[in-house]
Design a protein around this ligand. Structure first.
Ligand SMILES: Cc1cc2nc3c(=O)[nH]c(=O)nc-3n(C[C@H](O)[C@H](O)[C@H](O)COP(=O)(O)OP(=O)(O)OC[C@H]3O[C@@H](n4cnc5c(N)ncnc54)[C@H](O)[C@@H]3O)c2cc1C
Length: 437
């Protein structure tokens, strides 16, 4: 482990992973949840507030998973455009997917506001930098349609207007979305833990679930603390899914995402690079995401893992940062860390149900919004089932991402041997696309 990695996750300095000591152990719970990240906690909060007995089992300390390690950009992305979705699913379903993404983003923002959550929420928008060939008229038509349907106005940013958003020569243009922002993810996670516990949720930390089976309608969970029986089971282990869940592991491709944070650059300097202090992404297959830290003093940049060795991986991220902002080539990097994201084979989020287990999963690197939303939808499935469909929970009806097949491929057991090949392929596509411009 390099010195860089030991300096670790920037967010953990304010809100580190921690143990929770529960006073007692019960061998039965109405609803068991595996994993104490955004998804598991969302499900737990809604179920406990509906009067259910809920227990979360977390393998590590609370706040260990992707939910506290991420870039904190509330993107709620779907990896495909409306046109691409329409080709696969038809126009109506494509529109329903996008509708749901808009609703999911708004739900997270209102959750943060309504629950008065202290997580440095910055509704400062996100700009995607365009470096590929583009069709301005098509983008503007799409923006207008979006505005008409959702009353949200994405803006096409011409090269001449880019300096109002970012000081770089890396992009030919940009698309700015005002409904996306930034959060401090570790603070959000621990605030959700606070709400869950206030609602009566029991949380066992450092308590891995090691085996799951059923006797009739009941689930039996073997855990490090002993056996537990439950009426319902939600699995929210996502990028950290282990061998206790072979069905899920066969259907998820884990990918390492990693992040650097610069030294303190000074608020004025950061503002000169990012005048709106907004969030940023890129239109590449393997692009970077980046943002100012909530105090406006540093810049955080992340991307897919680019080398097995931490020191080289960190250097590649720094090179990426310097390609966008040459002024930062000599900046010190104070933090570097990595975490797991997961992709289903079709690269669309899922709310799967298999053998009675509910899986909010496969958020494709955009789980800040999706984990919150689909965790809540998982709760809605249970509430609807127990009340024979009669529920006034606002998360009903079920998600458009429910009842979609979760495919695997022959001989795949969760070790993505093909990822280096896939990454090389995507990088080559990026190079070709950049050359075409
Ligand atoms: C570096 C990085 C950057 C990212 N940036 C962004 C971003 O900017 N915007 C965005 O929207 N998304 C981002 N993401 C993705 C986002 O963080 C995740 O999609 C989201 O946090 C997933 O939440 P979750 O609750 O499903 O899983 P997690 O938060 O990973 O929680 C799963 C938990 O399950 C536990 N677990 C696993 N197996 C067991 C078991 N057998 N028993 C008990 N517990 C178990 C794990 O220990 C873990 O704590 C990023 C992810 C990473 C890693």
């Amino acid at each position: 482990m390099t010195e860089a990695r030991q300096r670790g996750c920037y967010w953990w300095a304010d809100a580190p992973p921690r143990r929770i000591e529960e006073a007692s152990w019960s061998g039965h719970t109405e609803i068991a949840i595996i994993g104490c990240g955004f998804a598991g906690l969302s499900a737990a909060i809604y179920l406990a507030r509906a009067g259910r007995k809920v227990t979360i089992f977390e393998k590590e300390a609370i706040g260990f998973g992707a939910s506290t390690r991420n870039g904190g950009i509330t993107s709620g992305n779907i990896r495909y455009s409306h046109a691409q979705l329409a080709r696969r699913f038809g126009t109506e379903k494509a529109t329903a997917f996008i509708d749901e993404a808009v609703a999911a983003r708004a739900a997270l923002a209102s959750f943060i506001r309504d629950e008065k959550i202290n997580c440095n929420f910055q509704p400062s928008g996100r700009m995607v930098g365009i470096s590929r060939e583009f069709d301005k008229a098509a983008i503007e038509a799409e923006n207008t349609a979006f505005q008409q349907r959702y009353d949200i106005s994405p803006q096409f940013i011409d090269a001449a207007d880019l300096p109002g958003y970012i000081s770089t020569s890396s992009y030919k243009a940009g698309i700015y979305r005002p409904d996306i922002g930034g959060i401090h993810p570790a603070k959000l996670l621990h605030e959700k833990v606070r709400l869950a516990r206030a609602a009566g949720v029991t949380i066992y930390s450092e308590c891995p679930v090691t085996r799951i089976y059923r006797t009739g309608a009941e689930f039996i969970l073997e855990t490090a603390n002993g056996q537990v029986k439950s009426d319902h089971l939600v699995s929210a282990s996502n990028g950290y899914t282990d061998k206790a869940q072979p069905w899920l592991r066969r259907r998820l491709v884990p990918v390492i995402s990693e992040i650097i944070v610069t030294e303190k650059l000074g608020a004025n300097f950061v503002k000169s690079l990012m005048p709106k202090l907004s969030m940023f992404g890129e239109d590449k297959e393997v692009g970077f995401y980046y943002r100012p830290t909530p105090d406006g003093e540093r810049i955080l940049l992340g991307g897919r893992r680019m080398h097995k060795q931490d020191a080289i991986a960190q250097m590649r991220l720094h090179e990426g940062l310097a390609a966008i902002f040459p002024e930062l080539g000599g900046a010190k990097i104070d933090h570097y860390w990595a975490g797991n994201v997961v992709f289903p084979f079709d690269q669309l989020p899922k709310l799967a149900v298999h053998d009675g287990i509910i899986y909010p999963t496969g958020f494709c690197g955009s789980g800040t919004v999706w984990a919150h939303w689909l965790g809540r939808k998982a709760a809605a499935i249970i509430l609807a089932k127990d009340s024979a469909g009669q529920t006034d929970d606002p998360a009903s009806p079920a998600s458009n991402f429910a009842q979609m097949p979760m495919r695997t491929m022959p001989f795949y057991t969760g070790g993505p041997w093909f990822m280096p090949l896939a990454m090389s392929y995507y990088r080559m596509r990026d190079k070709l696309a950049a050359g075409r411009y």
